[in-house]
Design a protein around this ligand. Structure first.
Ligand code: NAP
Ligand code: HSE
Length: 434
């Protein structure tokens, strides 16, 4: 290729778009050295062209008409950082139709329409990369696609939402309630005014759908990811978990056993010896276990202007290198394995359970009988007085049990006269040698 310049159409000049401009401008010399090409932003799409910006760009480049960017024949690569799903899907499909390579940071779009977009890119011989969509600045997708390509991944566990990790860390360290910490996080700008997608686990579920598709080579839909958020986690759960050696985390769990797969997002008690237990604040981490490599972990900022933009521009560099070599459209291997999802009797885990009982003779016998009938054995038990001694609080940690049997235990406990309230039940991870 004789041309020395690549033209980029930047869709979005918000947090990430601003970072993309800063990195392309600030690192131009290194980018030229690495790619042999000059990377130039030719057009920028925004919603409001009159808005005050944090950076100065040539006003002639800025437009609010997406098709001036997508259909500009001189533009080689579209960088999509506007967010949104349906309209953005149309823009990206049209950009690919026009033969443009695409880099996006949009996990919502890729989790919902990734298969369609990858197919279109393959048809058109175009690159589509989306490193920034999961865990912001951590190059985890490239690690899965390239770094682990010779291995067989059996487990991925991720703290992939910074907002919820910030809330749970603060609750754990400062003893404040969920509501208090969420309000503070909103005031500091860490949590959105509408925090639903973060606190209910939807954001993490989208990221886990992307991770498991790439890590397990199956077409994992968002509907395949079971999802529970942190809005019902209490201070008592966190402190009692700590007493037994656990940190509460909103964990994305993707596990493969004999080609049977499970993927979930749920508040989880993580044993203090597991590397994920030490991830605090807004940071993200993804733990990957490969049959050959064993344990690995990737840690870093999951969001923010420059960390996220670094991932976006690194994808752009890959596109440009591929253009030079003439190998675009071969970056991401489409899923090639049949998807086989586990049933509830195949999903095995340890559980933490907390409930209130009448403090009288024979209570434990009734409880252990139900557990034994469901093949659930106990690893830890803690009993303490509750409500000035008339009742007792029992905290159990089980050995591995199936989700189906634990559901039956919960149902039978709810019907048992001596149990007055079931406070909580959480999955437990860590504490064992893999
Ligand atoms: P943002 O700050 O809200 O910026 C969005 C930008 O897109 C703004 O410049 C906005 O224009 C423009 N825009 C939005 N809708 C548009 C439309 N329909 N037509 C034209 N322009 C439109 O968002 P962000 O935080 O940069 O996030 C962008 C994407 O990156 C999202 O998919 C997000 O999930 C992903 N991401 C973000 C982070 C992060 O740390 N922020 C981390 C990882 C991934 P105006 O400026 O005129 O309003
Ligand atoms: N809302 C997300 C988080 C931003 O809290 O991690 C990055 O996707």
């Amino acid at each position: 290729m004789s041309r020395r310049k690549v033209n980029v159409g930047l869709m979005g000049l918000g947090t990430v778009g601003t970072g993309v401009v800063r990195i392309i401008q600030g690192h131009q010399e290194d980018l030229i050295k690495q790619t042999g090409m000059e990377i130039e932003i030719k057009r920028i799409l925004v919603k409001d062209i009159n808005k005050q910006r944090k950076i100065t760009v040539d006003p002639a480049m800025v437009t609010s008409d997406p098709y001036e960017v997508i259909r500009d024949p001189e533009i080689d690569v579209i960088v999509e950082v506007i967010g949104g799903i349906e309209t953005t899907r149309e823009y990206i499909l049209e950009a690919l139709e026009q033969g443009k390579h695409v880099v996006t940071a949009n996990k919502d779009l890729m989790a919902l329409h990734g298969a369609e977009i990858l197919k279109k890119a393959e048809e058109k011989g175009c690159d589509i990369f989306y490193e920034a969509s999961v865990a912001g600045g951590i190059p985890i997708l490239r690690a899965l696609v390239e770094g682990f390509s010779s291995d067989r991944i059996t487990r991925m566990m991720g703290i992939v939402n910074g907002t919820t990790n910030y809330i749970l860390s603060k609750m754990s360290e400062e003893g404040a309630s969920y509501e208090e910490v969420l309000k503070e996080a909103q005031e500091l700008g860490y949590a959105e005014a509408d925090p639903t997608a973060d606190v209910e686990g939807h954001d993490a579920a989208r990221k886990m759908a992307i991770l498991s598709t790439l890590g397990f080579h199956v077409d994992m839909n968002l509907d395949d990811v079971s999802c529970k958020g942190i809005s019902e986690v209490t201070q008592e759960d966190i402190q009692l978990g700590k007493k037994l050696g656990y940190e509460m985390k909103l964990l994305g769990i993707a596990r493969r056993d004999d080609d049977m797969i499970e993927v979930s997002v749920e508040p989880t008690m993580v044993h203090h010896t597991h590397p994920l237990a030490s991830i605090k604040g807004v940071f993200n981490a993804v733990y990957v276990y490969g049959e050959a490599v064993g344990e690995t972990m990737f840690y870093g900022p999951g969001a923010g202007e420059l960390p996220t933009a670094t991932a976006v521009v690194s994808d752009l560099v890959t596109v440009v290198k591929n253009m030079k070599l003439g190998v675009n459209g071969r970056g991401i291997v489409a899923p090639y394995k049949e998807k086989q999802l586990k049933n509830d009797d195949q999903i095995m885990s340890k559980y933490f359970m907390r409930f209130i009982v009448r403090d009288e003779r024979g209570v434990l016998a009734k409880i252990t009988q139900i557990l034994a009938d469901q093949d659930v054995s106990l690893e830890q038990v803690l009993q303490q007085p509750y409500n000035s001694g008339k009742k007792a609080e029992i905290i159990l940690v089980t050995h591995e049990a199936s989700r189906k049997n634990m559901d039956t235990v919960v149902k039978q406990f709810a019907e048992l006269d001596v149990i007055t309230e079931i406070k909580s039940i959480y999955r437990v991870e860590g504490g064992e040698k893999l």
